[in-house]
Design a protein around this ligand. Structure first.
Ligand SMILES: [Fe+2]
Ligand SMILES: [Fe+2]
Length: 163
């Protein structure tokens, strides 16, 4: 069944939000490349790639449901951060925003009795739990260690090991 025009519009907006996340994480990775923290840079690059995959999931789903993908402009990402923890807090805030948008999309699918879209979105609901948790876990550890270079390099090594 062809997707409704309201869901088509919201999914197109979601493609833009996921691509904006991709771009924001890429900018954070670029900033980390200017610091000694190669592990955090790699973590952000991997996260950036995941966001592009999310955008493509929505892109393919909308096409599969007979909708038309319409891309729109991205916002220039923030380029500089004061600290490692500030960069991760920015990431967490972005994920929390995305979670709210997925909720809005889910509510719309529910209202329209679009069971396929609800089913499709369930993967994203679970994914957002994981993404918020991984950003929050890193923030908790960064706040615990403060400015200690030894501990920061230890966390950087943990971030580098991320799959
Ligand atoms: Fe995402
Ligand atoms: Fe995400």
């Amino acid at each position: 069944m062809k997707i409704s025009s309201t869901l088509e519009k919201t999914i197109n907006e979601q493609i833009n939000h996921e691509l904006q996340s991709h771009y924001d994480y890429l900018a954070i990775a670029a900033w980390f490349e200017t610091t000694p923290y190669a592990g955090f840079a790699s973590w952000m690059q991997k996260q950036s790639a995941e966001e592009q995959e999310h955008a493509m999931k929505f892109f393919n789903y909308l096409n599969d449901r007979g909708g038309t993908v319409v891309l729109s402009a991205l916002v220039k990402p923030k380029a500089k951060y004061k600290s490692v923890v500030e960069a991760f807090k920015h990431a967490l805030a972005q994920e929390q925003k995305i979670t709210k948008l997925i909720h809005k999309l889910y509510a719309q699918a529910e209202k329209e009795l679009d069971y396929e879209t609800r089913h499709f979105l369930s993967w994203f609901l679970q994914e957002q739990v994981e993404e918020e948790k991984s950003a929050q876990d890193m923030i908790d550890r960064l706040e615990l260690v403060g400015d200690s270079p030894h501990a920061l390099l230890r966390l950087d090594a943990i971030a580098a090991a991320r799959e």
